[in-house]
Design a protein around this ligand. Structure first.
Ligand SMILES: *Cc1c(COP(=O)(O)O)cnc(C)c1O
Length: 455
């Protein structure tokens, strides 16, 4: 009998709860700190987040119910398919079984609406009228624009300038969903104006755009801020990916040996990996040898070459300090095409689990990721986002190791999004213009010297 290549769930099998990894952590998460070095109280955060989101941010409950109104919107694209990459397996000649969870089926084309939808919902419930946010590659901006539309919220997006110019179609997607989009640094905030005064050609970074969006939200009572990754509640919402994947593996009587995914702020990686780590924490035998590997670009190697320390989440020090792996908040990563992976820090939860040895990390160079993406597209059809190509690269490397050892491991990777708006990057790769960026060790040492002093 042939094994299935597309493992589907029914609409009523969409999980009813998200999984909170904090309940299973040996040590409580290191709290965010204010400028005075003391833990930030919820009061200060209420200026930019609704109460229910903050509750989730601080929660240690294992299971958190998904509101029915959110599950209704999830039904537009969820459950997402679990696919077996049979043709890729053949092309590689590997005895491994390669599976991927395909998150590119959402309206915005990535996993990001999994958190944008509940965030918009909780803000609407709290009586908020407007949301501000930042976007790098345009994935988060388009997701929150779509989600804002679902619940009647106005959305204003600070888009990293380099992407604003490189990705007009993502900008138009956001505008089609009714959002206002500005190139960051902009002249609308003190942060933006200060940067432009010093450097009018500044191409922006995720850190700068976060500062601008937070500044505006903190200054207006009708406006809240929403973040597309890094924070605990975002990771929580993304666990829908792994929870569905577990049900899908149950249907075919398999269980992954290795889980891989791209890691920028860490939300999609946490989303696919944490529900499986729960089995490990519960002492389940099938999970005892499970490995979870976060994959990052070698030009922005936060986990593999950064420092575990308290740092700001943004470039100019607006956000609380978070304990995380960081390259320094003023680290300016090279302009690689995987915009969603160009962040100086990483989620505190992913950082802590990495620090405690529960997950692994590898860094891969840009050219190798596009080679993997093209090989994948030519065998499986789907053209992956440049971020997703990082996970594919590492999955292929794992499958090739299985070929050497003869092991028939079950490999699962997170196909976080499609690359339909990234064809310029593919153009550069296919025409031989794409480069690998050297690891900028000097730049990193310099920005690490500016880490805030706490503790
Ligand atoms: C944003 C993004 C990522 C990286 O963000 P995480 O929070 O680390 O998941 C990965 N893949 C795609 C397609 C993205 O849009």
């Amino acid at each position: 009998m042939t094994e299935p290549t597309r493992i589907l769930l029914e609409e009523n099998e969409i999980p009813t709860h998200w999984y909170n990894v904090v309940a299973d952590m040996a040590n409580p998460p290191a709290p965010p700190l204010g400028p005075d070095g003391n833990p930030v109280g919820p009061e200060q955060m209420l200026a930019i987040f609704p109460g229910q989101i903050l509750e989730q941010e601080m929660s240690a409950e294992r299971w958190i119910p998904i509101p029915d109104e959110v599950r209704e919107v999830y039904k537009i694209w969820r459950p997402s398919p679990l696919m077996r990459a049979v043709r890729l397996e053949k092309a590689l000649g590997t005895p491994a079984k390669i599976f991927f969870k395909y998150e590119g089926v959402s309206p915005a084309g990535s996993h990001k609406p999994n958190s944008a939808v509940p965030q918009a919902y909780y803000n609407r419930q709290a009586g908020i009228k407007r949301l501000t946010t930042e976007t790098g590659a345009g994935q988060w901006g388009s997701s929150i624009s779509f989600a804002g539309q679902m619940y009647g919220l106005e959305v204003k997006i600070y888009m990293v300038k380099v992407s604003y110019h490189q990705k007009p179609y993502r900008r138009l997607m956001m505008q089609t969903w009714g959002a206002q989009v500005l190139a960051s640094p902009s002249d609308q905030t003190q942060t933006g104006r200060a940067i432009l005064e010093k450097d009018p050609e500044n191409q922006g970074s995720l850190g700068i755009a976060i500062s601008e969006a937070v500044e505006e939200a903190a200054g207006r009572p009708d406006t809240n801020y929403s973040l597309g990754s890094v924070l605990n509640h975002v990771l929580l919402h993304q666990t829908i990916i792994g929870l569905e994947a577990k049900k899908q593996f149950d249907k075919i009587g398999l269980y992954p040996d290795v889980i891989l995914g791209p890691c920028g702020g860490g939300s999609s990686f946490a989303g696919i990996a944490f529900p499986f780590l729960a089995d490990k924490a519960a002492g389940e035998k099938r999970a005892s040898n499970l490995r979870c590997v976060a994959v990052e670009p070698s030009s922005c190697p936060t986990l593999t070459r950064g420092t575990y320390a308290y740092d700001f989440g943004d470039a100019s020090g607006f956000t609380p300090l978070m304990k995380m792996y960081t390259l320094g908040h003023d680290f300016m990563p090279p302009g690689i095409h995987a915009g969603g992976l160009r962040y100086h820090g990483d989620s505190p939860l992913v950082s802590q689990l990495y620090h405690e040895g529960h997950i692994e990390a590898v860094a891969v160079p840009q050219l190798a990721t596009f080679e993997a993406g093209v090989l994948f597209a030519r065998n499986e059809g789907i053209i992956p986002a440049p971020e997703s190509c990082h996970g594919i690269r590492a999955a292929i490397d794992e499958a090739l190791r299985c070929k050497e050892t003869g092991e028939s491991k079950v490999i699962l990777f997170n196909l976080t999004g499609h690359g339909h708006f990234d064809m310029t990057a593919y153009d550069r790769f296919l025409s031989g213009q794409l480069e690998n960026f050297e690891y900028p060790s000097e730049a990193i040492a310099q920005s690490l010297a500016h880490l805030p002093k706490v503790g």
